[in-house]
Design a protein around this ligand. Structure first.
Ligand code: F3S
Length: 398
């Protein structure tokens, strides 16, 4: 594999032991992927930072790297952790969990990873079409590739961190034009009416992931545009939960040119959409409404604020998950919402925090991704649209 003189110097330890180790690991991954060379990255996003998911082994790995003096070479951000860093006392986390989660955040911060603790870096970071980045949260990877037209593989958290430290990624997979072509066309035209009328983009996403698996799908007939940020977020996150792909080309949304001549095609029957939705419609006695997978944007939080401004308190608790930036920017509304039984959390989410400890075992969500993972964790789940979920919360169901 070709290495630039600068990369040889890094491997020789001229920039320290930690950077050499990181680059050595990236080179090994690149060789396994058959890459001819590495590519310089502009940004990295590191996932897998919840103590709930990575445990003591992950914590030791991160502290070990930090001790050796590892520092990121490019701007880097963090995915959500296991709790809200301010409201954790209300989230039923044990002392041990709390201490270890803060140690994870500190180890990463010491290496220069900004504790943004959000899974929507695409809403805040300056990432442009054609930029090479190293991201490791599936919804963020899918958004970067599919909507922005940036280039990243669907890396694991440790690899994204090593790429951040070395400033390089293997020039392989979705960093290359040849792997960004559609391999399966999924035509939603026959089902578009039910999806659009009922706003079932998260169900469409679950279906896309199931059908495409690791292939790059080209999705047609959904009528989405780049302005439909909320629906595109929900669709991509759900597709990334049931599928392993890192790019979903969406007609009218994805900025890349593509040629689908001769590519296998499937048409989606409306019945199939209903069947997939049925998988996530458990009967609940008293569910808690959880919204914000992926994290809610400011606009989405303002929509919820406006919904409750015209109504009394929620009869069933509502939990909103967003970035610290959005949390801070809504100021006094946090308290007003709390008085209406609506709780806003930052830095974490319903999937990576110990949800049963503070919300119970039954959840209503509008997120296909959250429904998929929470069901796998044993929760009873009802997947609704955002409107339906809020109506459920205030007892206005039809
Ligand atoms: Fe984000 Fe948690 Fe969902 S990290 S995409 S809100 S599972």
């Amino acid at each position: 594999m070709y290495l630039e003189p600068e990369e040889e110097k890094i491997l020789d330890g001229e920039y320290g032991e930690a950077k050499a180790l990181a680059l050595k690991a990236v080179v090994r991954v690149a060789e396994a992927a058959g890459a001819q060379r590495l590519v310089r990255i502009k940004h990295a996003h590191v996932s897998g930072i919840s103590y709930k998911n990575i445990g003591d082994e992950g914590l030791e790995f991160l502290e070990g790297l930090a001790r050796r003096g590892a520092r990121v070479s490019v701007p880097a951000t963090m995915n959500p952790g296991g709790f809200d860093t301010v409201l954790w006392p209300y989230m039923g986390v044990s002392r041990d969990f709390m201490e270890k989660q803060f140690r994870i955040i500190k180890a990463l911060s010491d290496m220069g990873v900004r504790p943004t603790l959000t899974c929507t870096p695409y809403l805040y970071e300056n990432i442009q079409f054609g930029d090479h980045v190293a991201w490791s949260e599936s919804n963020a990877v899918l958004y970067a590739n599919s909507v922005i037209g940036a280039r990243t593989n669907r890396d694991g958290g440790p690899l994204a961190l090593l790429e951040a430290i070395s400033g390089r990624a293997p020039l392989a997979g979705l960093h290359l034009d040849s792997n960004r072509r559609p391999q399966l066309v999924i035509d939603f035209r026959e089902a578009s009416q039910i999806i659009r009328e009922k706003s079932l983009y998260q169900v469409a996403g679950l279906l896309i992931g199931k059908l495409a698996g690791d292939k790059v799908p080209l999705v047609k007939g959904l009528g989405l545009t780049r302005e439909d940020v909320r629906d595109v977020k929900l669709l991509l996150a759900a597709a990334g939960a049931t599928g392993g792909m890192g790019l979903v080309l969406i007609d009218n949304v994805s900025p890349e040119r593509y040629d689908s001549t001769g590519v296998e095609k499937v048409s989606i029957d409306p019945v199939l959409v209903k069947e997939v939705h049925e998988e996530y419609r458990d009967d609940l006695s008293d569910g808690v409404v959880v919204l914000g997978c992926p994290h809610l944007s400011l606009e989405e939080v303002l929509d919820v604020i406006s919904f409750f401004s015209e109504r009394g308190s929620a009869k069933r608790r509502v939990m909103l998950y967003t970035s610290r930036q959005v949390y801070d920017s809504i100021g006094g509304y946090v308290e007003k919402l709390r008085k209406k039984n609506v709780f806003v959390f930052a830095d974490t989410c319903m999937v990576v925090s110990p949800l049963s400890g503070y919300a119970g075992e039954e959840v209503v969500t509008d997120s296909g991704k959250a429904a998929f993972y929470l069901k796998a964790q044993g929760y009873r789940v009802a997947l609704k649209t955002r409107r339906e979920a809020l109506a459920y919360a205030v007892g206005e169901e039809e």
